[in-house]
Design a protein around this ligand. Structure first.
Ligand code: NAD
Ligand code: MG
Length: 405
C-alpha cells in the first residue's frame, strides 16, 4: 500500500494499556479523568486514586472502577481525620496509603504507573509533581501552580530522569498540539487566549462591588472554585503565562494574551514566517485530558464536534490590565523570577480562600497580592524545601494583610 502523505509512525507511542495514578481524583479534572478512563477502558487503567478529604466520593470512584473490571491497587486520603474515616470504609480500607505527604509521594511514584495525572489544586501539587518527575513518569499536569512556584525545580527533575510533562491546561495543550513535531527555533511567539471571565464587560466602577455568586459564575468553563475565582480576576491567565514560559522555555516578551470570549480557539503559535497555528474546539476539558493521558495521541472521544457554520465568527480583543491588575502582577512576578512567583501564588491562594470564606471582597484580591509582593525581597530558589518555606511565609504575610484590611 502506498504510504500516505504525513503518515508518521506513532505505533511506538501507543502502549497497550496506560496505567494512571490520579491525584485530585474527587475534583473537576479528576472526575472527568475517571469518565474518560471508563469510556476507554481498553486504553487506560487506574493504579492509585488520591484526594484531600472526600472519603465517600473516593470510595464511590473506587467502586465504579471495580464494577467496570478496573480495580485500583491503592488509594490515598491526605487529611488525617478523613484518613481515619477512610480506614473504616470497606472499599478503601485494605488499600489505604499513609495520610499526608508520605502517601502522596507513594502515589506519585507508584511503580506500575506510567502516567501521573496531577489534578491537585494549589501549591500542594508541587511535591508530587517533583516526585513523579524524579521517577521518570509521564506527568499529565493540570496543577499549573507546580510550574508557577517550582518551574526550574520541576524542569530540572524532568530533564534529569527522562520524565515527560504533557499539560492538561487547555491553552498549553493547544500549544503542545500546535508545536508537535516542531522546533522552538521556528517559533516567533505564543498567544494564549482568555475567555475574559464573568466581568469582561464590567467597568472599573462595577468591579468595586461584585457578589461572590457572580465571581463563581464562569461564562464558558465549569471548573473547581479556586480556578473559577482566578478566571474572574484574570490571575488564571497570569499563572498560565508563567506556565507557558516554564514549559516552552520562551521569554515573557514572546508570550501574548488575547481575550477571546467564546473559548473556541484554545491558543495559537506564531511562527517566524508569520504563519499562525491554532487549536480549536468546544470548551471541553475532556479533550486536553484525553490528549495528555494518551501521550499526545488524538484518540476517538473527547468533545462534541464543533459546528463552525453555527459558530459564524471568532472575536478577539486586548486584555485590560488596568481593570484586571492580577494579569499584570503575574507577568511582573514572572519577569522578576526566583521567589516572586511563589509569593504571587501564595498570596493569591490566601486571597481566594478569604474571598470564598466571605472575609474579603473581589476588589481586595489584587491589592493583597500587590502588597505581599511589595513587602518581600526576591531571592533565587534552589530547592523544594526552600520553595515550600517561601510559600509558607508568603501565606502568613498575606493572612496578616487580609487581617489588616
Ligand atoms: P477542584 O477543586 O475541583 O479539585 C481539586 C482536587 O485536589 C480535589 O480532588 C482535592 O481533594 C485535591 N486536593 C486539594 N488539596 C489537596 C492536598 N493538599 N493534597 C492532595 N489532594 C488535594 O480543582 P480542579 O478545578 O479540578 O483543578 C485542579 C487543578 O487543575 C488546578 O491546578 C487547576 O488550576 C487546574 N485546571 C483545572 C481546570 C478545570 O477545568 N477544572 C482547567 C485547567 C486547569
Ligand atoms: Mg487554562
Amino acid at each position: 500500500m502506498k504510504k500516505p502523505l504525513y503518515a508518521i509512525d506513532t505505533s511506538n507511542r501507543i502502549p497497550e494499556q496506560t496505567s494512571i495514578s490520579l491525584l485530585g481524583a474527587t475534583g473537576s479534572i479528576g472526575e472527568q479523568t475517571i469518565d474518560i478512563v471508563l469510556e476507554n477502558s481498553e486504553l487506560f487503567s487506574v493504579d492509585v486514586i488520591s484526594a484531600y478529604s472526600k472519603v465517600s466520593e473516593l470510595s464511590a470512584i473506587a467502586d465504579k472502577l471495580s464494577a467496570a473490571g478496573k480495580p485500583i491497587s491503592a488509594c490515598h486520603i491526605y487529611d488525617a481525620d478523613a484518613h481515619a474515616l477512610a480506614a473504616k470504609d470497606p472499599v478503601l480500607a485494605g488499600k489505604l496509603l499513609p495520610a499526608g505527604d508520605e502517601g502522596l509521594q507513594i502515589a506519585a511514584s507508584w511503580e506500575s504507573t506510567d502516567t501521573v495525572v496531577n489534578a491537585v489544586v494549589g501549591a500542594a501539587g508541587l511535591p508530587p509533581t517533583i516526585t513523579a518527575a524524579e521517577n521518570g513518569k509521564r506527568i499529565a499536569l493540570a496543577n499549573k501552580e507546580s510550574l508557577v512556584i517550582g518551574g526550574d525545580l520541576v524542569m530540572n527533575a524532568v530533564n534529569g530522569s527522562g520524565a515527560e510533562i504533557v499539560p492538561i491546561d487547555s491553552e498549553h495543550s493547544a500549544l503542545a498540539q500546535c508545536l508537535y513535531g516542531r522546533s522552538m527555533s521556528e517559533v516567533d511567539s505564543l498567544i494564549l487566549t482568555a475567555s475574559g471571565g464573568p466581568f469582561l464587560n464590567h467597568t472599573a466602577e462595577d468591579l468595586q462591588n461584585v457578589a461572590l455568586k457572580e465571581v463563581l459564575n464562569h461564562p464558558t468553563w465549569n471548573m473547581g472554585q479556586k480556578i473559577t475565582v482566578d478566571s474572574a480576576t484574570l490571575m488564571n491567565k497570569g499563572l498560565e503565562v508563567i506556565e507557558a514560559h516554564v514549559l516552552y522555555g520562551i521569554g515573557y516578551d514572546k508570550i501574548e494574551v488575547l481575550v477571546h470570549p467564546g473559548s473556541i480557539v484554545h491558543s495559537l503559535v506564531r511562527f517566524n514566517d508569520g504563519s499562525l497555528l491554532a487549536q480549536l474546539g468546544e470548551p471541553d476539558m475532556r479533550v486536553p485530558i484525553l490528549y495528555a493521558i494518551s501521550g499526545e495521541i488524538h484518540h476517538h472521544g473527547g468533545s462534541d464536534r464543533l459546528d463552525l457554520v453555527k459558530l459564524g465568527q471568532l472575536n478577539f480583543e486586548k486584555p485590560d490590565e488596568a481593570r484586571f491588575p492580577c494579569l499584570r502582577l503575574a507577568k511582573e512576578a514572572g519577569i522578576a523570577g526566583g521567589s516572586a512567583t511563589i509569593v504571587l501564588n501564595g498570596a493569591n491562594e490566601i486571597a481566594v480562600a478569604s474571598l470564598l470564606a466571605g472575609s474579603i471582597e473581589y476588589k481586595d484580591i489584587a491589592l493583597i497580592i500587590e502588597k505581599a509582593l511589595e513587602q518581600t525581597e526576591v531571592v533565587s530558589v534552589d530547592s523544594l524545601e526552600q520553595a515550600i518555606s517561601i510559600d509558607r511565609k508568603s501565606r502568613i504575610l498575606a493572612t496578616e494583610i487580609v487581617a489588616g484590611l
